[in-house]
Write a protein that binds this ligand. Structure first.
Ligand code: ARG
Length: 584
C-alpha cells in the first residue's frame, strides 16, 4: 500500500471504531496532502463531512478520532503529532523515525516504492493521430507528448497497454489525390518515382483546387472514391502508397521523440461500419433525421437549442468520424477486451467525445465497468499570443521545430564548453539532443494541459524555473557528488539518517513519489508529476545548500539521500518521456 492510502485506511478504521454506525453506508475517509508544511504532512477533513450524518460537532468528531488514532496499535510508530485545526481538520505529522525507515526501504527497491497495481487492466490510449497527406500540426505534437507521458506512467504501474495511432487515413478526400496522381503524376502513381510527404501535401492542395474548378476532374475524383471503397486494385495501390509516405514522415518524428505507437488508422475500422449501422438500426437506436441515420442522446443541444444528434450515416450513404469512432469503441472493448479507453485530443473535440461516450453507454458498447476518459488540451500559441504556426505549416517543418530546440540547446552548451571543457564533441551532440527535446516536451507537460501554452524556446531552455533543464541540472549535481565520492566510500552497510530539517523535508518529499505516480495515472494530468519533480529539485537544492556532504560526519547517509533523489528524478523524468545526463 502507498503511504497516503495507509494513512487513509488508519483514519477510516478510527472513524468506524469511534462511530460504528458508519459501517452501514458506503463511505471512505478522505486524506489529502497538507496544503502547507505548517499544517503537517497530511490532513483528513472527513469530520466536517460527517457532521450531519453523525449529528455531532466536527471538532468533537475529530477529537474522538484523534484519541483513537493515538492509542491504536499501528499508529504508535507512525504519528508524531495529530492536531485539530480550523473547523475540524485533522492534521497529521509523521515521525522522523518512520520517514527514515521508509526512505531506507525505498533505497533498496528498484521501483522506488511504487507498487505494481493490484488489479491490472487492459487500457487503450489513443493519441497523436495525425491525418494522412495533411499537415501534422503542433496540436498533434501536443497529443503525442502528453499521450506518451500518460502511456509510460500507466504502463509502469503494470497495466497492459495499447498505444493506438488513430490516423485519419480514410475518407472521400483521397479520391481527389488519387485522381490527381493518375492524371498529373503518372510515374508517381505507378510507383516508378518515389516521392515524399511535402510533395503529397502540395498535390493534395492543388487537387482540391482543381476539384472545385474542373467538372471532369471532379467526376474522376468521385469515381476514385467509389473505386477505393470497392477495393479496386489501382486505387488501393495508390492510397497505400500515400499512407506509407505519410506514416514514414510521422515515424521520423516519433523516433526523434522516442515515442512508440501502433498505427491503426480509420481505414482499419472501415469494413466494420455497415455492420455497426445495421446493428444499431436493428436494435432500434437509429432515427432517420433529414435522411441521415442518427442517434439522439439526452442532454446534447445545438446553439439554437435543438437536439444535437450523433450522425452515423450521411444522407448520401457515406460514413464519418463518429461512425468510425463507434466502431473503434466496439472493437477496443469487445475484441481487444480493454477495460479503460483514453483519448488524447485538443479540447475542440470535447463535444465529440462526450457524445461518443454517451452513445457507447446508450447502445451498450461500454457498460459501467468500462472507464472512458477524454484528455483534452489547449492550443499551442506563438510568442504573439496567436495560434502557433510552423513556417510553411507542414510536417517537415515540425521536425525543424524540434531540431531548432536542439540546436539552441547546443549553442548554450557550446558556450559553457568554451568556459570550461566538459564535453567531447559527441557528448555535446547527445546532451544537446536530450536537453532540446526534453525542454520542448516539458514545456508542454508542465502546465495544466487544459490551458493554452506559449511556445518559447528561450523560456523552455532556461536553467532556472520550472523547466527540464532545471531538473536535469539538479540531477547532474547528484551525479557529480556521486562521482566524487563513490570510489572512496563503501556504502554497502550505510543507511540514511535524518538529522537536519532539510534532510527530513527532502526525505518526506521522496516518500510521496508513489502517491504522485498513482495520482497521475488516475487524473491524467501529467503536470502533477512535473510539479512534484520541480519541488523535489528545490528540496534537493536546499538540502545541498544547508547540509555539507563531503567531509561531514553524515557523509555516507547524505550520499545515499542524494543518490535516492537522483533515482527518483531519473525515474520520474523517464515516466514523462524525458532523459537525464551525467554532466552539464
Ligand atoms: N485525426 C484526428 C485529428 O486530427 C484525431 C483522432 C483522435 N482519435 C479518435 N479516436 N477520434 O483531429
Amino acid at each position: 500500500m502507498i503511504l497516503i492510502e495507509c494513512i487513509q485506511q488508519m483514519c477510516h478504521e478510527a472513524f468506524i471504531q469511534a462511530y460504528p454506525t458508519l459501517i452501514t453506508e458506503p463511505w471512505m475517509a478522505e486524506v489529502t496532502r497538507a496544503t502547507s508544511v505548517k499544517f503537517g504532512h497530511y490532513q483528513c477533513n472527513s469530520a466536517m463531512k460527517l457532521t450531519k450524518r453523525l449529528a455531532k460537532n466536527p471538532k468533537e468528531i475529530a477529537a474522538q478520532v484523534i484519541s483513537i488514532l493515538q492509542t491504536g496499535e499501528g499508529s504508535a510508530g507512525l504519528f508524531e503529532k495529530l492536531e485539530i485545526a480550523g473547523p475540524g481538520f485533522i492534521n497529521v505529522w509523521l515521525k522522523a523515525e518512520f520517514i527514515e525507515s521508509e526512505v531506507n526501504k525505498m533505497l533498496g527497491d528498484i521501483r522506488l516504492g511504487v507498487p505494481k497495481i493490484k488489479n491490472p487492466q487492459k487500457i487503450a490510449i489513443d493519441f497523436s493521430a495525425p491525418n494522412t497527406a495533411k499537415e501534422m500540426h503542433v496540436g498533434h505534437l501536443r497529443s503525442t507528448i502528453i499521450g506518451d507521458a500518460l502511456a509510460r506512467i500507466i504502463e509502469f504501474l503494470g497495466h497492459e497497454l495499447l498505444r493506438l495511432n488513430h490516423i485519419g487515413d480514410w475518407g472521400t478526400q483521397f479520391g481527389m489525390l488519387i485522381a490527381y496522381l493518375k492524371q498529373y503524376q503518372p510515374e508517381v502513381a505507378s510507383g516508378e518515382f518515389e516521392t515524399d510527404l511535402s510533395h503529397l501535401m502540395q498535390w493534395y492542395k492543388t487537387s482540391k483546387k482543381i476539384f472545385d474548378e474542373d467538372l471532369v476532374f471532379k467526376k474522376n475524383a468521385q469515381q476514385e472514391v467509389v473505386a477505393l471503397q470497392s477495393g479496386e486494385a489501382s486505387a488501393i495501390q495508390i492510397w497505400k502508397m500515400i499512407c506509407d509516405i505519410s506514416q514514414k514522415a510521422y515515424h521520423q518524428i516519433y523516433d526523434y521523440l522516442e515515442v512508440k505507437l501502433i498505427d491503426r488508422g480509420e481505414s482499419f475500422y472501415n469494413p466494420m461500419l455497415p455492420g455497426i449501422v445495421k446493428e444499431l438500426t436493428d436494435k432500434g437506436y437509429v432515427v432517420i433525421n433529414n435522411s441521415a441515420k442518427c442517434i439522439f442522446l439526452d442532454g446534447f443541444k445545438n446553439r439554437e437549442g435543438e437536439a444535437l444528434p450523433m450522425m452515423l450515416q450521411k444522407s448520401d450513404g457515406g460514413y464519418n468520424y463518429d461512425t468510425t469512432d463507434m466502431a473503434a469503441m466496439k472493437h477496443r472493448v469487445q475484441i481487444e477486451k480493454c477495460n479503460r479507453l483514453i483519448y488524447v485530443t485538443d479540447s475542440g473535440q470535447s463535444t465529440h467525445f462526450a457524445m461518443l461516450f454517451a452513445a457507447a453507454k446508450k447502445v451498450g458498447y461500454a457498460d459501467e465497468n468500462i472507464r472512458l476518459d477524454h484528455v483534452p488540451f489547449g492550443l499551442v500559441l506563438g510568442p504573439d499570443g496567436k495560434k502557433y504556426k510552423t513556417r510553411s505549416g507542414d510536417t517537415e517543418k515540425l521536425i525543424d521545430l524540434l531540431s531548432e530546440g536542439v540546436s539552441r540547446a547546443k549553442k548554450i552548451l557550446l558556450e559553457r564548453n568554451q568556459q570550461e571543457a566538459i564535453f567531447t564533441e559527441t557528448e555535446l551532440e547527445e546532451t544537446a539532443k536530450i536537453i532540446g527535446v526534453s525542454a520542448i516536451k516539458y514545456a508542454d507537460l508542465s502546465g495544466n494541459r487544459i490551458q493554452d501554452y506559449v511556445f518559447e524556446y528561450d523560456k523552455m531552455l532556461k536553467l532556472e524555473g520550472n523547466t527540464a533543464a532545471f531538473l536535469i541540472y539538479a540531477y547532474v549535481r547528484t551525479a557529480g557528488i556521486k562521482r566524487k565520492l563513490s570510489e572512496k566510500q563503501d556504502l554497502s552497510a550505510a543507511k540514511i539518517q535524518l538529522t537536519h530539517p532539510m534532510e527530513l523535508n527532502l526525505a518526506m518529499h521522496l516518500l510521496r513519489f508513489p502517491e504522485i505516480v498513482y495520482q497521475v495515472a488516475d487524473d491524467l494530468f501529467p503536470n502533477g508529476l512535473c510539479e512534484y519533480l520541480f519541488e523535489l529539485a528545490n528540496h534537493f537544492n536546499q538540502f545541498f545548500r544547508d547540509c555539507r556532504i563531503i567531509g561531514s560526519e553524515q557523509q555516507a547517509s547524505r550520499l545515499l539521500l542524494s543518490d535516492l533523489t537522483a533515482q527518483v528524478l531519473k525515474l520520474g523524468m523517464g515516466l514523462l518521456g524525458l532523459k537525464t545526463v551525467e554532466k552539464m
